[in-house]
Design a protein around this ligand. Structure first.
Ligand code: PMP
Length: 394
């Protein structure tokens, strides 16, 4: 047996073999081959298009409004060579204005931001404390931090974080960075921003906050879509939380591609000089940068979509998790074993619902789940039917 066969057979034995399926996802639906040369449509509960912006009507509006034929569809150079087109500057200005920040640095993906920023801004003698459930891209970023000590604290456990910060005070680290997400990608729960603000006031750490799943969806009145940090700071001006490194991505609620770090000019300059995914990777095409900027410009218009999403979140939670404190557009449906998760996925698919099983080792053994994400273009009836079915299967 080859090494490849051995590894793949091992994964199959644990019900953990992945495969790529050819799918066409658009708004609330996803289409898959029906096995007879045609397509079958499913209600898509597996996309991060939370606001339903993969919308042909919006695309047409963009293409007409932006004189988009002029935009190059590729950008065969890195930003430091000849790829830094004016569209980058326009988008970075838009982001900085939205966040009330000095500036922003746009990159090709959230993975590039998360794996590239921490190694560039930390050095030997620093300490990083990261929530146990932060995204794989952040874990890779931690692994790339040369000579930096890092430790993970139990998910959202502010008591443990406080104890680690107190201990670190006496250990004389250069700089301490706390890393978390505002809305967690797998569990759909929120970081306790107020507690973090309190700890930041006391211990003065730098915060790295990943808002991949909150950007576009949440925000304070008048700055809808800016994210949960903006919402928190607008609600609690007396106890502000500062994120020195504030990551947002465009491939989820924005239905675009790319990501940005909202930061100071000084941090940006350092990153331009030290961040490997920026220095050694191809720039984004203007068409993507401008599409992202176009959608951010429409944030105030998306109120009805956010309202509908809130309604759907309420329906699912009332049926599947009454009394649950966290209510977001990401809902983990517990399945237990990998095998049971796959069984639930198949049963839901038979009923026209497309979900994906998240299995061990992505999540701990016995905690396999379906990660449900809602889209503003789902109908309340669809979602009620889905949640009821889940409860029956559950
Ligand atoms: N951060 C989080 C929390 C994510 O869930 C993801 C994507 N799954 C990323 C970062 C990576 O973003 P991108 O897909 O733009 O690389």
């Amino acid at each position: 047996m080859t090494r490849e066969q051995e590894i793949l057979e091992g994964l199959a034995a644990q019900d953990n073999l992945r495969s790529l399926k050819t799918l066409r996802a658009e708004g609330p639906s996803v289409y898959h081959s029906d096995g007879h040369g045609g397509e079958k449509g499913y209600c898509n509960l597996s996309s991060n298009d939370y606001l339903g912006l993969t919308d042909p009507a919006l695309q047409r509006r963009f293409l007409l409004s932006a004189d988009a034929e002029r935009f190059l569809l590729g950008n065969p150079s890195s930003r430091l060579m000849t790829g830094n087109s004016p569209a980058y500057e326009r988008l970075e200005e838009t982001l900085a204005r939205l966040q009330g920040a000095e500036t922003a640095l746009v990159l090709g993906s959230g993975f590039a931001v998360n794996s590239g920023v921490l190694p560039a801004v930390t050095q030997k003698g620093d300490l990083i404390l990261a929530d146990k459930l932060v995204h794989a891209s952040l874990i890779d970023g931690l692994r790339l931090c040369d000579g930096v000590r890092w430790q993970r604290y139990r998910h959202n456990d502010m008591e443990q974080l406080a104890a680690l910060l107190a201990r670190a005070q006496s250990e004389g680290y250069g700089r301490i960075v706390v890393v978390t997400e505002s809305l967690f990608s797998m569990d759909g729960d929120f970081a306790p921003l107020e507690e973090l603000a309190r700890l930041q006031q006391r211990y003065g750490f730098r915060l790295y906050l990943d808002e991949a799943h909150a950007f576009g969806v949440y925000g304070p009145p008048g700055r809808e879509g800016a994210g949960l940090l903006a919402a928190y700071n607008a609600a609690r001006p007396a106890l502000p939380l500062k994120a020195e490194y504030h990551a947002v991505t465009f491939g989820k609620a924005l239905a675009s591609v790319g990501a940005a770090l909202i930061c100071s000019r000084e941090t940006k300059e350092l990153l331009i000089n030290r961040m490997r995914p920026l220095i050694f990777s191809t720039a984004l095409p203007d068409i993507s940068l401008e599409w992202t900027r176009f959608l951010i410009g429409l944030f105030p218009e998306f109120g009805p979509r956010r309202e509908r999403l809130r309604e759907l979140i309420g329906i699912v939670n009332d049926i599947l998790r009454p009394g649950n404190a966290y209510r977001s557009q990401i809902i983990p449906v517990r399945a237990g074993s990998n095998e049971n998760a796959l069984r639930m996925v198949a049963a839901l698919r038979d009923e026209g619902f497309w979900t994906t099983a998240i299995r061990h080792p992505t999540v701990p053994q016995g905690e396999a789940r379906l990660r449900i994400s809602l889209c503003a273009n789902h109908t309340p009836d669809q979602i009620e039917q889905f949640a009821t079915l889940c409860r029956q299967l559950g």
